[in-house]
Design a protein around this ligand. Sequence first.
Ligand code: JHZ
Ligand code: ZN
Length: 418
Amino acid sequence: MSARESSDEFKVKVCRICGEGKFFNFLDLHSMPVPNGFVVKEDLGKFEQQYPLAVMACETCWLVQVTHVVPPGRMFENYLYIPSTSTTMLNHFNSMAKSLVKQFDIKPSDVVMDIGSNDGTLLSFFRQEGVQVLGVDPAANLAHLARMKGINTINALFSSKLASDIVGQGTRPRLITATNVVAHMSELHDFCKGVNSLLDDQGVLVTEFPYCVDMLQKLEFDTIYHEHLSYISLLPFSQLMAKFKMRIFDVQRNPVHGGTARVFVCKEGARYQQTKELEKCLADERAMGLQTRKPYIEFAEKVQQNCVALVKYLKELKAAGKRVVGYGASAKGNVLLNYCKITPDLVEYVVDSIPFKQWRFTPGTHIPIYPEQKLQDDRPDYALLLAWNFQEEIVAKQAAFRDRGGKFIVPIPTVTTI
Ligand code: JHZ
Ligand code: ZN
């Protein structure tokens, strides 16, 4: 923000699904830097911009959303998140490509398009299945990486205008995928308009997003950050689709990123039948009271209690002379560190496998980030698992750390040690 800007400029005034403006604020995580704003050493003394971070529910359609939207240019220009560094995500995308090609009988002449294609990981698995691919991603560094792998990629933000250009050039994807990107979009109507114009009558959109129900049930408050504008449940999402003459016909829940919904969407008149799984999810959302204030209030209370417990535990460890580090300089980790005000006096450093992040410092809390090898060389007593979504993968990989007495602290839903 320049001196002229104020946080009010970024305040959300109307809901991005229903357009109404009656909101219920339920959790304030306070101002903090954007969670992928890793700091280089030379900038440590410089001013670091902070942005408000809080969530509210729209009391008309019940979409959960952040209260303020940071301009995308400040978050995504040189994006540091690359899923292909995790085997969990590689396996996930590989099986996703395989099963979708089979389920929708995608032929070699068909095009699969990925919106928010990142470094082309998902599309490279589709290509292995022998189909044509097209990626769209606004981050120049990632589009470049994808092209290096031979993945045809448009370096732009997806929009209905871009969609009509693509259709104009004669491309009509049979299948559109959009994983971990819909929650990041401010213009959901324009996204739907674009998707609708790209799909033919029997075309399908498969989108995956962190599922609001999982976030609430597992107290995953750290998945709330500036990049994630919406925390989507199926009740508001179906309303959005209906506005654009589309409908959800199936949903599959999976454990990726702490609980993700894979949602299948088609045009209103397409042949796909609504599944039992979808009916069950919608009924469960109603039963949880997602269209009332209650579950959101309970979530906020429990989150605050858990954060108090975590800081208390870290202070006790410190008092007992134990050395604690962090594992995984994830975006969510940065939210947790900032909200709980955990600085290098409680967590000495963080290890991370992504070279871009190494030798930088965590935004706001300025904890140094090193390669994972440091854990073996330095032998701290505890590693706070900031990338708890990769618990299985990381704990298995760090068997040597545990063998010589090292312990992992899992921060959510309640603080546990393994
Ligand atoms: P990870 C991302 O959030 C970004 P983040 C994004 N905004 C989004 O929507 C969500 O995902 C869903 C490291 N690591 O993937 C790598 C190891 O060091 O949970 C990463 O820096 N060793 C698009 O940033 C971090 O942990 C390992 O063995 O919260 C994990 O970050 C593994 C597996 C990971 O994403
Ligand atoms: Zn709404």
